[in-house]
Design a protein around this ligand. Structure first.
Ligand SMILES: Nc1ncnc2c1ncn2[C@@H]1O[C@H](COP(=O)(O)OP(=O)(O)OP(=O)(O)O)[C@@H](O)[C@H]1O
Length: 888
C-alpha cells in the first residue's frame, strides 16, 4: 500500500504542525499537505494582485484619456509627465501583467510580473525619448529632470521615466547608437525574461489575451473540432470496413502530412486527455462508445430501486459532487472543513431513517429464521440496518494537473522522433492517430506499403532508446484499425484518483452491486467493470506494481455502491497488512482472514454455501441468485393474506465477494484444498452469486494452475518481471513492459485483446477515513455460524497430513464424507481413469467392492461398458459432475 500514507487525519488541515510532529513517520503526506497549502496561498495572492492591477490598469486608461478637473486633472498630468508618449502603453501593460498573474502559469509570481511590467515601461519611455527627441535638454541635472517631466505632460518624449534608461544611453551613445542598443536590450530582456525561443516568444505575447478571450471562443472552436472529428470518424468508419473497434474516435488523416511537412501547426488539443477538455467535448462524449458493452455496465438505470436504495439516492443527491471541472485544489482545501458537516448530516439522516424503520418494522424483527425455509448462512440474520453510504468527499481528487502546453510539446516532440527513428531503420510510416492516456500515449502509425509489421516489432528496443523511454509496448495491429500502436510512457503521468472514477456518471449509473472502478483507458475514458459478470478475477503483478491499490479500489467501489445486505465480503490477507483496516465494517461476513489455513476453510465454506444455494434455487424453481431474489421480492410484494407463508420471512440472499490478496501463500499451505475449492467456485459460483478476486505476485504455474486459469477467465495484469509471467497470467506477453504504479492490462471475459488502463488511486488515509466513517455509522455484522463453519472446514496442517499416511490421495482430493460412489465418480471424472484397479488403489477398496461400484456407475450412465482391453468411455466432465452434485 501507499508507503507514504498517513493515519493522521489532521495532517492536511494543519500541515506545519503535523510536519513537526509526524515528520519522521509521514514525510510524504506532510510535504504534500504543505505544498497544497502554499499553492493555495500563492493562488490567493495572485488573484488579489491581479484584481488590483487590472482595475488600476482600467483606471489608468481612463486617466490617460480623460482630462477632467481637480485632482483627476493632476493625476492625468502626472501620468503624462512620468511617461510621456509611452503613457499610452502604461494601462495596457498593467492589464497585461494582471492577466499574466491571473493566468496561473509556471514561474508566474506577482513580483516577477510586476518587475517585468515596470521594466517594459522604463524601456518604452526610454525608447520614445531616444526616438522622438533624441536628447535631454536643460542645464542642471534637476532642470533636465524638470524638462523631461514637462515635455511628458505635453506628450513629447518619454517623460520622467526615460531618465532611467533613455537619458544614460543618449548621453553615452547618442541618438542612433542609443536607439539600436535600447531596441536590442528590450528584445533581449523580453527573451531572457520569458526564457523562450523566438516562435514561442511571439506566442507568449499573445497568450494572456488568448486566455482572456478563450472562454468566449472555446464554444465555437471546440464545436468545430468536434464536428470535424465526427465527420472524419464517420468517413474513416466507412472506409475501414466498420467494426466495433472502429467506432472509437479517430484523428485527422492529414495529421501526419502536416507533421512531417511542418507546414501547419497541428491542433494537439484533440489528443489531450479528457480531463483537459472542456464541457463542449463532454457533449460529444455521449456519442462515444463504451469500450466493451460486454464488460461495462449499461449506463442507464431505469429500474426502480428498493426502499433502501431510494434512501441512498437521497443521500447521493445531497452529496452530489461539485463539477469536476472546478478548481480541484480549492475543492480539496474546503473538503476537510465540509467533512464534519457532511458526516453530521449523514448521521442525522441515518437516525431519522432508523426511527422510521423501527416504527414500521418492529414486529418483523423477532421472527424465527428456520420457519422461512431458508437454509443458507443468511438464515436468521437480524433485520439489516439502513446503510449510510460513505460521503464521496472522503475520497480526494488528484493534486497536480499537467499544463496543456507541456503535453502538446511532448506529443509533438515524440511523434516526430518516432517517425524519424523508424525512417532511420528504413521503415516509412505516417501517424494516423495519437491518444494520450494517463500514463502512456499511443501513437498509431500506418506503415507504408510493403513494410512488414514484424520489422516494427523488432525495433521496439531501438525506439525506446531513441525516445529515452523506460519501455515501450507495441500493439500490432491495433484491433480494428489498419495501423500499429506504439505506447510510449508519458514524461509526466496524469494521476488518476479513485474519486474521479467513483464520482462519475459511468459509475453512478451502473446497475450491478459489484460494479467497480477499473481506471482510465488510453483515451482517458473511465472504465467500469462488474465482478458479477466476470464472474471471477485473477490479478497478478510484481511487488509494488499496484495490486493492493487495485484490490482496495474494488473493495471501496463496493462500499460506495452496495449495502451490506446486498453484498457480503470475505477478505483474505495472509500478508496481514493490506485489508486489516477493513475489520468491523458491516459488509464483512467474518473478520479479515489472515491465517492461510483459515482462508482455505473460508473457501471450503463458500463451496458449501454455493451448494446450499443451488439446492434452494432448485426447490424454488429458479436458476440463479437474481431470479431467486426477484421471486422473493414478488412474493413479498403480494398482500399478506395472499403470500405463501414459506416466503414471508425469507430474506434476499446477498452476493458474496471473496478477495484474496496473496494467493501463493494459500497454495503453499493448503494447495490441493484451496485449488479444489477455487475450481469448484470458479465453475459454478456465478449463478449462486459468489465471486472471487484472486491476487498474487507470483504468477507461476504452480500457483495459478492450469485448472484455476481455465476456470477464471477474467484477468488483470500489473507489471510483471518477465514475458513468461505475462504469458501465465494473460496468455500473451506485454505485461512485462508495463510501468508499475497501477499501469495495467485488463482482460475481462469475452475480450480478446487486453485493454491498457491506469487504475484509480486511493491512499491509506482515504481508506482509513472511509472505514472510520462506516464504523461510526454501523456495527460489525459478523456471522457466528459462518465463523464456526470456516473453522470446521479448515484443512489439517501439512505435517498432520503426512502423519496420516494419506499422501497417495493428494493428487485427487475426494471428500471422505461423500458416499463411496460419489468419491469414485469424482476420482474417475477428475483423472479420466475409469478402471477398477485404479479405483481400488485410490479409494483403498477390495476388488469385489470396487467392481460393484463400477457396475453401479455404469448403470448410472456415467461410464461406458467394459470393452476388452480398451479403457471405458467416460460420459461426464468434471464440471458436469460438480453441477449435478450441486443440484442434488
Ligand atoms: N493506481 C496507482 N496510481 C498511483 N500510484 C500507485 C497506483 N497503484 C500503486 N501505486 C503506487 O505503488 C505503490 C505500491 O502499490 P501496492 O502496495 O498496491 O503494490 P503491490 O503490488 O500490492 O505490492 P506488494 O505485493 O508488495 O504488496 C503504492 O504505494 C503507490 O505509491
Amino acid at each position: 500500500m501507499a508507503a507514504g500514507a498517513t493515519k493522521n487525519k489532521t495532517g492536511s488541515k494543519t500541515p506545519s504542525k503535523s510536519n513537526n510532529t509526524a515528520k519522521t513517520s509521514q514525510p510524504k503526506v506532510s510535504k504534500a499537505a504543505q505544498d497544497a497549502l502554499s499553492a493555495a496561498k500563492e493562488r490567493e495572492i495572485r488573484r488579489f494582485w491581479s484584481y488590483i492591477l487590472f482595475f488600476w490598469g482600467i483606471l489608468e486608461l481612463l486617466i490617460t484619456f480623460i482630462k477632467g478637473d481637480g485632482l483627476w486633472r493632476s493625476f492625468h498630468n502626472f501620468n503624462r509627465g512620468m511617461f510621456g508618449v509611452s503613457v499610452f502603453l502604461f494601462a495596457p501593460i498593467m492589464i497585461y501583467v494582471a492577466l499574466m498573474i491571473a493566468s496561473n502559469t509556471k514561474k508566474n509570481t506577482v513580483v516577477a510580473k510586476c518587475v517585468e511590467g515596470g521594466m517594459l515601461m522604463l524601456l518604452a519611455s526610454g525608447m520614445i525619448q531616444i526616438l522622438q527627441v533624441g536628447s535631454v535638454d536643460g542645464g542642471s541635472f534637476f532642470k533636465k529632470l524638470r524638462g523631461l517631466y514637462d515635455d511628458g505632460v505635453e506628450l513629447r518624449g518619454g517623460g520622467l521615466a526615460s531618465a532611467v534608461l533613455g537619458w544614460p544611453l543618449l548621453a553615452a551613445f547618442k541618438r542612433v547608437g542609443a536607439a539600436i542598443i535600447i531596441f536590442l536590450i528590450a528584445f533581449l530582456f523580453i527573451l531572457l525574461l520569458t526564457d523562450l525561443t523566438l516562435p514561442q516568444f511571439f506566442k507568449l505575447m499573445t497568450k494572456p489575451f488568448v486566455v482572456s478571450v478563450e472562454a468566449v471562443h472555446t464554444d465555437r472552436v471546440e464545436r468545430i473540432a468536434a464536428r470535424q472529428e465526427r465527420e472524419e470518424r464517420i468517413a474513416a468508419e466507412r472506409r475501414e470496413n466498420t467494426t466495433e473497434q472502429r467506432k472509437k474516435k479517430t484523428v485527422q488523416e492529414d495529421f501526419c502530412e502536416q507533421l512531417s511537412e511542418q507546414k501547419q501547426r497541428v491542433d494537439f488539443a484533440r489528443f489531450l486527455p479528457k480531463n483537459e477538455q472542456t464541457e463542449e467535448n463532454a457533449e460529444t462524449e455521449e456519442e462515444k462508445d463504451i469500450i466493451d458493452v460486454e464488460v461495462i455496465e449499461p449506463v442507464i438505470d431505469e429500474t426502480p430501486r428498493s426502499n433502501k436504495r431510494k434512501k441512498k439516492s437521497e443521500n447521493a443527491e445531497s452529496e452530489e459532487p461539485a463539477d469536476v471541472t472546478e478548481d480541484i485544489d480549492e475543492e480539496k482545501e474546503s473538503a476537510d472543513a465540509d467533512l464534519k458537516k457532511i458526516i453530521e448530516q449523514a448521521v442525522s439522516r441515518k437516525m431519522a431513517a432508523r426511527t422510521q424503520e423501527s416504527e414500521d418494522e418492529s414486529d418483523a424483527a423477532a421472527d424465527d429464521a428456520e420457519s422461512n425455509g431458508q437454509d443458507t448462512a443468511f438464515e436468521g440474520d437480524e433485520e439489516a440496518a439502513v446503510y449510510v453510504y460513505p460521503p464521496i468527499e472522503l475520497l480526494q481528487y488528484p493534486k497536480k494537473k499537467i499544463d496543456k502546453d507541456v503535453i502538446e510539446a511532448e506529443i509533438q516532440e515524440k511523434s516526430q522522433k518516432l517517425v524519424e527513428t523508424l525512417e532511420v531503420y528504413g521503415v516509412k510510416t505516417r501517424i494516423t492517430g495519437i491518444f494520450r492516456g494517463p500514463s502512456v500515449t499511443r501513437y498509431e502509425l500506418q506503415p507504408a506499403a510493403g513494410v512488414k509489421v514484424s520489422k516494427i516489432l523488432n525495433l521496439a528496443d531501438d525506439i525506446a532508446l531513441n525516445l529515452a523511454a523506460l519501455s515501450i509496448r507495441i500493439e500490432a495491429p491495433v484491433p480494428g484499425k489498419p495501423c500499429v500502436g506504439i505506447e510510449v510512457p508519458n514524461d509526466v503521468r496524469d494521476p488518476v484518483s479513485l474519486r474521479e472514477l467513483i464520482d462519475s456518471d459511468e459509475y453512478r449509473k451502473a446497475k450491478g452491486k459489484l460494479t467497480f472502478a477499473v481506471g482510465k483507458d488510453i483515451e482517458g475514458k473511465i472504465v467500469i467493470g462488474n465482478i458479477a459478470k466476470m464472474p471471477h478475477l485473477l490479478v497478478a503483478g510484481t511487488t509494488g506494481s499496484g495490486k493492493s491499490v487495485f484490490t482496495n479500489s474494488i473493495i471501496l467501489s463496493v462500499l460506495y455502491h452496495a449495502a451490506p445486505d446486498e453484498v457480503k465480503l470475505i477478505l483474505i490477507d495472509p500478508k496481514m497488512v493490506e485489508f486489516k483496516p477493513y475489520n468491523s465494517i458491516p459488509h464483512l461476513l467474518i473478520p479479515v482472514v489472515t491465517d492461510p489455513l483459515k482462508a482455505a476453510g473460508a473457501l471450503g465454506w463458500a463451496v458449501n454455501e454455493m451448494n446450499k444455494r443451488y439446492k434452494q434455487f432448485e426447490a424454488n424453481n429458479v436458476k440463479n441468485l437474481e431470479e431467486f431474489n426477484d421471486m422473493l421480492a414478488k412474493e413479498q410484494a403480494k398482500p399478506v393474506d395472499m403470500q405463501d407463508p414459506v416466503y414471508t420471512k425469507m430474506k434476499p440472499l446477498p452476493q458474496i465477494l471473496i478477495v484474496i490478496d496473496e494467493f501463493a501463500d494459500l497454495m503453499m499451505v493448503a494447495g490441493s484444498e484451496v485449488e479444489d475449492s477455487v475450481i469448484r467456485l470458479g465453475q459454478l459460483a456465478r449463478a449462486a452469486g459468489i465471486h472471487m478476486i484472486i491476487a498474487t505476485q507470483s504468477p507461476r504455474k504452480d500457483v495459478i494452475t492450469g485448472l484455476i486459469k481455465s476456470n477464471i477467465p477474467s484477468r488483470v495484469s500489473l507489471s510483471v518481471s518477465s514475458n513468461i509471467d505475462s504469458r501465465v497470467i494473460m496468455d500473451q506477453g506485454g505485461a512485462e513492459k508495463l510501468l508499475g504504479y497501477g499501469d495495467m492490462l485488463y482482460k475481462p471475459v469475452g475480450v480478446k485483446t487486453p485493454i491498457r488502463i491506469q487504475s484509480g488511486y486511493a491512499d491509506t488515509k482515504e481508506i482509513v477515513e472511509i472505514v472510520k466513517f462506516l464504523k461510526s455509522e454501523h456495527t460489525a455484522e459478523y456471522s457466528e455460524s459462518v465463523m464456526a463453519e470456516v473453522e470446521e472446514n479448515m484443512p489439517k496442517p501439512k505435517e498432520d497430513k503426512k502423519n496420516s499416511g494419506n499422501s497417495e490421495m493428494e493428487d485427487v482430493v475426494v471428500n471422505p464424507d461423500d458416499d463411496l460412489i460419489d468419491q469414485a465418480i469424482t476420482v474417475i471424472v477428475r483423472t479420466g481413469n475409469a478402471s477398477t484397479s485404479y479405483l481400488q488403489r485410490k479409494l483403498k477398496l477390495g476388488f469385489s467392492r470396487a467392481s460393484r461400484i463400477m457396475d453401479q456407475i455404469e448403470e448410472m450412465g456415467i461410464i461406458g461398458p467394459q470393452d476388452g482391453a480398451k479403457p471405458r468411455k467416460i460420459n461426464l466432465t468434471e464440471a458436469e459432475w460438480l453441477e449435478m452434485r450441486a443440484r442434488r
